[in-house]
Design a protein around this ligand. Structure first.
Ligand code: IFM
Length: 450
């Protein structure tokens, strides 16, 4: 049997985020975040669930790190809760909060695993939201201060840093659609939030680089997708271009080219943010890698009745769909990475998230068999292998997620983990995909199924 081998130093990983796994929402001096408040409001999350306990990782982190070691991961991506470290978002540092991440980093290093902290994964300190949150430029400076605190404490041991996870989702779902915290619905707020998030990214790159004691490798994680028109009709193609500009290029262009896409403001003209001298330079502060979170492609049908985007997303018939309704489309990962490499040439690329929600259920013996997830992951890894063969510099691959967790407004019902969590007992069960991935890592590759 032939094996599709990956580069020797390839970073095999998994990813999680603080609010989705930690719990301990009000322990040891942690301040509230926008997600604590949002999830406590009735009707915001399916079944009125919240992240108060989640996977209780704050207390069970040793057991979780042991599972990570057993899996054989080279790297583990987690996020740091800003309000756990700085309860009001700026000013006072909460020592027990910072100590938790210090222990986590040491725990990973002791087990031979490279820590990949993400500084912001949606849980903005509530105190900053009350001063305008991401619509307020000061939040970017506060983020820079927070990044400096982390780099000062962890930068003697951490090499790899991810500044912000999916600014698009924060802007679109948090400030335009109101489906995520803080639940705002305003195009003006969305555009301002996007600009502040990008500024915050730039501020934190500078802060980490100038503070960390060891040379830092810094990137950002963007959720990106190839956008396909449903047909060759001009109206569909135009709608696909609109979607591409608003979801992909609005973030890629400023970070990697130092300018917003030329026709972006035709969508947002009345709401364009005030861009000050030096902003674009700050946003384009050189990064060491671009993190790509890829789940599916987007297929768009044009419509004259839909203002602004000029179209809507459609589900192509005959596709396979996950438990959150996204199409399984592995080819899209290759198309996306090729395009980013050709158009933007970032220093390195990293698949910072890839995974699938499956309705996993333990059998009568308590085992969880998830062949659909294995097939999804295998398909994407085969495409990734081909991409790397073409000399696109992809340095690692992180599965979302290490364990089942709180899937934001969809609650605990949507399971993405390699480890099954029984949320009533907090029992951890290794799924078949866990054993499969351990084998991929052990072999540094996967069997060629063609
Ligand atoms: O759970 C999320 C994660 O927080 C960000 N990226 C997508 C995942 C799955 O929806």
């Amino acid at each position: 049997m032939t094996v599709l081998s990956f580069p020797d130093d390839f970073l095999w990983g998994t990813a999680t985020s603080a609010y989705q796994i930690e719990g301990a929402w009000n322990e040891d001096g942690k301040g509230p975040s926008v997600w604590d408040r949002f999830a406590h409001q009735p009707g915001r999350v399916v079944g009125n669930q919240n992240g108060d306990t989640a996977c209780d990782h704050y207390h069970r982190w040793r057991e979780d790190l042991d599972l990570i070691k057993e899996l054989g991961l080279k790297a583990y991506r987690f996020s740091i809760s800003w309000p756990r470290v700085m309860p009001a978002g700026k000013g006072k540092v909460n020592a027990p909060g910072l100590d938790f991440y210090d222990r986590l980093v040491d725990g990973l290093l002791e087990r031979g695993i490279e820590p990949f902290p993400t500084l912001f994964h949606y849980d903005l300190p509530l105190a900053l939201h009350e001063k305008g949150g991401w619509t307020e430029r000061d939040t970017a400076s506060a983020f820079g201060e927070y990044a400096r605190v982390l780099a000062d404490r962890l930068g003697d041991r951490v090499t790899w840093w991810i500044t912000i996870n999916e600014p698009q989702i924060v802007a679109l779902l948090g400030y335009l659609a109101g489906m995520h915290a803080p639940g705002v619905r305003s195009p003006r707020a969305m555009v301002r939030a996007a600009h502040t998030l990008l500024l915050a990214h730039g501020e934190s790159v500078r802060a980490i680089r100038s503070t960390a004691k060891r040379p830092a490798r810094i990137g950002i994680a963007l959720n990106l997708a190839p956008v396909h028109p449903v047909s060759g009709r001009a109206i569909d193609r135009q709608a696909a271009e609109n979607f591409d500009i608003i979801s992909n290029r609005m973030y890629l262009d400023p970070i990697l080219r130092g300018a917003y896409p030329p026709n972006l403001w035709r969508y947002f003209r009345p709401f364009a943010p005030a861009i000050r001298d030096g902003d674009m330079q700050k946003i384009a502060e050189p990064i060491d890698f671009l993190g790509v979170n890829y789940y599916t492609r987007v297929v768009v049908a044009g419509s004259r009745l839909i203002p602004f985007l000029g179209g809507r997303m459609v589900k192509p018939e005959g596709g396979e769909y996950s438990d959150v309704g996204s199409e399984t489309y592995p080819e899209g990962l290759g198309e996306l990475l090729d395009r980013i490499w050709t158009d933007y040439h970032p220093a390195r690329l990293l698949v910072s998230e890839n995974g699938i929600a499956v309705k996993d259920v333990p059998d009568t013996a308590g085992a969880v068999d998830d062949p659909v997830r294995i097939s999804y992951l295998r398909g994407h890894l085969a495409v990734l292998h081909r991409t790397i063969q073409k000399k696109v510099p992809v340095i690692g691959y992180f599965i979302w997620s290490q364990m089942d967790n709180f899937e934001w407004s969809l609650g605990y019902g949507k399971r993405f983990g390699l480890v099954y969590i029984d949320f009533a007992t907090q029992q951890r069960i290794r799924k078949s995909s866990f054993h499969w991935y351990a084998e991929v890592i052990r072999r540094n590759g996967l069997e060629d199924m063609r």
